[in-house]
Design a protein around this ligand. Sequence first.
Ligand code: NAP
Length: 547
Amino acid sequence: MRSPLTPCKLHADNDMSTPRPSLPRHLPLRLPRICVAVVGTNPGEMIEKAEALSRENPFIEFRLDYLSKPALILPGLKKFLEYHSHVIAIATCRRAANGGKFRGTVQGEVDILVKAAAAGCQIVDLSLESAAKLKPGEVEKLRTKAGLILSYHDFRGTKNLEKTFERMQQYPADFIKIVSTATCLYDNVTMMKFLEHTSDNRSMVGVCMGEQGIISRVLGVRAGSQFTFAAATVGEETAPGQIAARTLRETYRIEQVDNATRVYGVAGDPVSHSLSPLLMNTAFRREAINAVYLSLHAKSIKDLIACARDIPLHGISVTMPYKEEIIKHLDNTDPVTAKIGACNTVIRSQDGKLYGFNTDVFGVLRPLEARIAIKDAAILVLGAGGAARAAVFGLRERGANVYVMNRTASAGQRLAKQAKAKYLGKSQLKPLMKKMQFQVVINATSVGMDDPGKPMKNSKDTPLSEAELKMTGARYLMEMVYAPAETKLMKIARAMGMDIISGAEMFVHQGARQFEIWTGKPAPAEDMHRVVVTALASRAAAAAGKK
Ligand code: NAP
């Protein structure tokens, strides 16, 4: 028999219209913040997964609706829970009509939940839609068997939270769980404001699904959600946008998130491939800074700015396609950023004002100045987009002799003129190299980069041919592309004996500068470099495995 846990404060606090009958098994005073959803195609697999998870994750949701015959797991579940007396278990058997996989009737759902409670699950989850179909008194009866989560899922948006809450209030429940879908970043703010005021009187669980719901998945617990749901591993998500438990714990440090935690993020569209959350969360953890850094898939700049003001976000890393557009929404920028016309770093001051910087400049200058004297160095920059602009203006400020080459000549010529650099057409390379040679070639084009949706798709191209690269006479190749970690251009340059400055090195330095701007402290650049290189290597291995 399982040993009873400490009585649950939540039940005593809940001001229910009907008095709470005593629970057969009690809940702890504080539930863990992460509940891991376990799925499986058969009972054995589900129990095996729970076994593997239970040491790190004492709070598990058994998604019984994933089993074709949920009743078959009950003896194994009973044994598992008797043996793992520290595990707090939720049983869920959500019907297909309500977003789950169970094909049976409402009564069938209730029967399974009652039996799961008898097997030792301390909590059961019943959908609002199922509760509405039961006879008066039946929900209360179910609640005599276990703690009850009354849940509602909206797969289309984050609307009418208050109205749904009012409907749910009619039923006796220990937890009210509302799961909506984030169609923009601001939906997270709506969910968290809702949680803030409803959680004073009720035990709430609230989260937004979808890639854009990440803010609520990490910050919902400080807004009043009793806990949040996580996937057992990547690929085992039971809801769109669910994050793996280990990532929530180790990258986002959800157990430590509190009201003082500062929130940062990388904003772009798309952004799911970004390594910035790994980079910056590593730095915050290493330096013991109470901060969390999220991936913010912003479909519009307006949405991003509204979140920056209301969450509030203390800092934003801005990436494609918003580096230029964001400038007009800022209160001020530093002079170099204004010249470049692109901002990749925003800091929110105490009075709420937003200031912009460009740390891509540091990403280029720091690795170079560690190797050469930049003043008067002859440097060829390939590209005329945002990254090239940062490189060209930064290098010109330091007195380098900069040449710009770009596929679209007019854009390259414009940049060269603005930065007082020189424009070089490909056909002019050979004659020029009879008179001089470059010290450094910088690839600031996106040629060679993996398409985020289709890794390895574009990675066979190079912005210069082998013969052209050789002709430059340069000793160093600086490659801005960092995914893949080794571009074809890098391979060619390495084979020629050139020294390489990788895109990962630049990426770490631009991130390190952001860290310094936001925290006023030196960044742990070595640790940051290590995690990025490791992550790129495992991505490359995964991509190679898929080929
Ligand atoms: P962007 O503004 O879109 O500019 C893209 C540049 O690449 C343009 O000059 C474009 O030339 C050129 N280009 C694109 N496709 C081409 C092709 N098939 N052949 C020749 N040229 C081509 O992008 P960005 O923000 O400057 O970023 C450029 C690269 O730098 C990206 O790979 C980005 O990931 C990387 N980056 C890395 C870091 C880092 O920390 N390592 C930081 C920032 C950026 P046209 O003018 O002719 O279109």
